[in-house]
Design a protein around this ligand. Structure first.
Ligand code: FES
Length: 165
């Protein structure tokens, strides 16, 4: 049997690498379905049709099964997140460098817990587990752009810029 070649990433958005990492870690096995969908949700804030198709194809599970999981668990959302997304890496290297404080400070500034979007639909606050740039910890993705050595001040300044747009 020819070796399985996973499909190409849907775009060059760095967050797909995180999703791919979860699948790779599990050897692209079917049992990684829920964990992978979780990774998509935590990195992007929701799951759209393209994401669900990509995961189903990569893990060789029927699309209906992937949709079944997404619609069964309340945790998953099919709705897009806010206009902007701040994704804070909470993997070990970043955590050691204090991203838990970044999360707490962003939650305070935005008045929402992580995983949610501000009422005006402007900013979503997400977390991800290791985006693969540990050497640049603490890492934050601003609308999918990787920012290394992020300080609390810089992160709050970015949130302010988005707030006044
Ligand atoms: S733990 Fe944050 S990039 Fe690896």
């Amino acid at each position: 049997m020819p070796a399985f070649t996973p499909p190409p990433l849907p775009s060059d958005d760095k967050r797909w690498k995180i999703v791919n990492g979860t699948m790779r870690k599990n050897g692209f096995a079917r049992h990684a379905l829920i964990e992978t969908l979780h990774t998509v949700q935590s990195a992007f804030g929701y799951l759209d049709d393209d994401a669900i198709r990509f995961v189903a194809k990569s893990l060789r599970v029927p699309l209906s099964q992937a949709y079944g999981v997404v619609t069964f668990y309340h945790y998953f959302s099919l709705k897009p997140p806010g206009k902007h997304t701040m994704t804070i890496c909470t993997g070990t290297a970043c955590y050691i460098k204090g991203t838990d404080k970044l999360v707490a400070s962003a939650e305070k500034r935005l008045g929402i817990p992580q995983g949610q979007t501000t009422k005006d639909g402007n900013i979503s606050l997400m977390t991800a587990r290791c985006v693969g740039a540990c050497g640049r910890a603490p890492v934050v993705l601003t609308d999918g752009e990787l920012q290394g050595q992020m300080s609390g001040e810089e992160m709050l300044a970015q949130l302010e810029r988005w707030a006044v747009e």
